[in-house]
Design a protein around this ligand. Structure first.
Ligand SMILES: NC(=O)C1=CN([C@@H]2O[C@H](COP(=O)(O)OP(=O)(O)OC[C@H]3O[C@@H](n4cnc5c(N)ncnc54)[C@H](OP(=O)(O)O)[C@@H]3O)[C@@H](O)[C@H]2O)[C@@H](O)CC1
Ligand SMILES: Nc1ncnc2c1ncn2[C@@H]1O[C@H](COP(=O)(O)OP(=O)(O)O)[C@@H](O)[C@H]1O
Ligand SMILES: [K+]
Length: 502
């Protein structure tokens, strides 16, 4: 699990490493730059001509070191130093002098002095030391870079972006790729600010591990390697009754596919027994498309209106394709008051709660809510930005003792003990109908198997995204559909088990 640190903490981590490794700050800069160049060259075809833009701080120092290393690797480099009239930091000055030993620098006092004539732009103007929005000359330079057709790669952070807050008032580099040092910054994980980062990769620059042991963090990044493989162990003498009994309540006229997707995902995620409660309209398609599922039929033809027996189930997953009939709202109330184990609540179940907020207080503790931002806003109101929304999610999870899964590119899982985990798997190919329904089934299956709700949510979200990444490798982002996630789930689970034996 990676701790997501603030800019101040990152700076302290650098200093801790310098003191305790020990290593000089200029050598640490060199190490960071080498790590950048290694990854850059591994992903670059041929010998592109590179434009580098350096600022006055240590980010600029990295830029000069990177420029020198690229020249040593046979690339043509044009190096710009943006002259804000500020003194160069000590290490930036040293790195600048080393660069002058092998080449020359274009000093830019006005934006029209900037030279961009290469294939790739490397942005080393500002990093984690940005302390005010980029205006004036910085703004104009950023504007020219953003207008350029060249691919832009940011060193540590896109210039103009703050590391740990959402302040988009200045101009910000729109990077295609950000190679960041050691760990992602908070702003990378939030939609509005993450937009500027493009794809990101974190390179290990050997910052001292001892620092992290002592340092607390408000946020974590959950990775595939954080999945405990033993969660999926089966006992030789297991029978289906031992692997969890799931009830999925889903579907309405025209939305039966959602019920199918979540039910099948639950079975593919190891549920021992699965019952799906659906309106009559879905009986034949469900029985034919998913013979492994037992069907509980609602008295109504088009929507869910009544559920009788729920005691036998370990979990109820409710919401996908459910529709908004008021009688379905009554079912929610009945379930919340009669079922005292966790529920997984998604989609229209959340929208129905938004219409009758009193229902929120009836949800059994330890239940998992899986809203996307639209559903979250309907339930809890709008926020000014993504960071404020995450703080709100955290408060609600603690206050109501619920697990809240705020879905998005880096899905946030907030747990009743106040922890926030960002997910690291998944891709934009998953921004297509039905992918959330699959997640409901996965998390429900895990809870039914006896895994606690918080772990089920974190691991479920990670496996779901992992399946998305496997599906992307097979069918690509454009063609990816929710059914492809179902096809990829077996591989994701096999990968978890395989990593156990390495
Ligand atoms: N520490 C280490 O050992 C290592 C650090 N590393 C690297 O250091 C980076 C952090 O370096 P940093 O702290 O020097 O800050 P940086 O991002 O270069 O910017 C500060 C400069 O910009 C200026 N400035 C700020 N905002 C501005 C604005 N809006 N408009 C105009 N100017 C503005 C600010 O001016 P001042 O506020 O002093 O007036 C100051 O001159 C980090 O991201 C990583 O790349 C790696 O080498 C690994 C080892
Ligand atoms: N850009 C993206 N990157 C990674 N994952 C994404 C992205 N867009 C959507 N997803 C994931 O796909 C799922 C979509 O769920 P949801 O919005 O509820 O869709 P639906 O209701 O159609 O099933 C969520 O788990 C979300 O995290
Ligand atoms: K930068």
């Amino acid at each position: 699990m990676i701790k997501v640190l603030s800019a101040e903490q990152i700076n302290k981590w650098d200093l801790f490493t310098i003191k305790n490794e020990p290593i000089s700050s200029i050598d640490l800069m060199e190490r960071a730059s080498e790590a950048f160049v290694k990854l850059f060259l591994a992903n670059t075809k041929g010998k592109p001509k590179v434009d580098i833009i350096c600022g006055p701080g240590n980010n600029g120092g990295d830029g000069f070191a990177i420029a020198r290393l690229l020249i040593e690797n046979g690339l043509k480099v044009n190096c710009n130093l943006i002259d804000f009239g500020l003194k160069l930091s000590e290490d930036c000055r040293k790195s600048y002098r080393r660069f002058l030993d092998i080449s020359q620098v274009n000093i830019v006092k006005q934006a029209n002095g900037l030279i961009l004539n290469g294939d790739i732009i490397i942005d080393a103007m500002f990093g984690s030391g940005l302390n005010r929005p980029a205006t004036g000359l910085a703004r104009e330079v950023i504007q020219l870079v953003n207008q350029s057709k060249s691919k832009t790669i940011a060193v540590d952070m896109p210039s103009g972006l703050f590391a740990d807050k959402v302040n988009l008032s200045g101009k910000i580099i729109e990077a295609d790729w950000t190679i960041t040092f050691q760990a992602p910054k908070l702003s990378f994980l939030i939609p509005e600010s993450g937009f500027y980062v493009g794809e990101w990769s974190a390179v290990d620059i050997g910052l001292h591990a001892g620092f992290l042991e002592e340092e607390s963090a408000n946020y974590f990044l959950f990775e595939k390697s954080d999945i405990d493989c033993s969660l999926f162990d089966r006992n030789k003498f297991d029978h289906k009754g031992k692997n969890g009994r799931v009830l999925i309540v889903a579907g309405s006229l025209g939305k039966m596919g959602a019920a199918y997707l979540s039910a099948k995902a639950a079975l593919k995620s190891g549920a021992g027994l699965l019952t799906v409660h659906i309106p009559r309209v879905g009986y034949v398609p469900m029985q034919t498309s998913l013979p492994e599922a037992m069907v509980s039929l609602d008295p109504e033809h088009d929507f869910v209106s009544k559920i009788d027996k729920v005691d036998e189930f370990d979990v109820v997953g409710i919401g996908p394709g459910l529709g908004m009939n008021p009688k379905t709202g009554e079912v929610l109330k009945q379930l919340f008051t009669s079922f005292n184990r966790p529920l997984v609540i998604d989609a229209d179940a959340l929208n129905l709660i938004a219409l009758d907020k009193e229902l929120l207080n009836l949800i059994p503790r330890g239940s998992v809510l899986t809203p996307h931002v639209g559903e979250f806003n309907r339930l809890f109101g709008k926020c000014d930005d993504g960071l404020e929304r995450i703080e709100k999610v955290k408060l609600i999870a603690v206050e109501k003792q619920l697990v809240i899964v705020l879905k998005g590119a880096h899905t946030v899982v907030a747990t009743p003990d106040g922890e926030i985990h960002f997910n690291s798997t998944g891709n934009s190919g998953m921004a297509t109908a039905g992918c959330g329904d699959v997640l409901t089934g996965i998390i429900s299956a895990f809870i039914a198997r006896g895994i606690d709700s918080s772990t089920s949510a974190r691991v479920g979200v990670c496996i779901h995204g992992w399946a998305g990444d496997i599906a992307e490798n097979t069918v690509g982002k454009t063609a990816l559909m929710a059914s492809d996630l179902l096809c990829a789930l077996p591989q994701a689970f096999c990968n978890v088990k395989d990593s156990d034996f390495i």
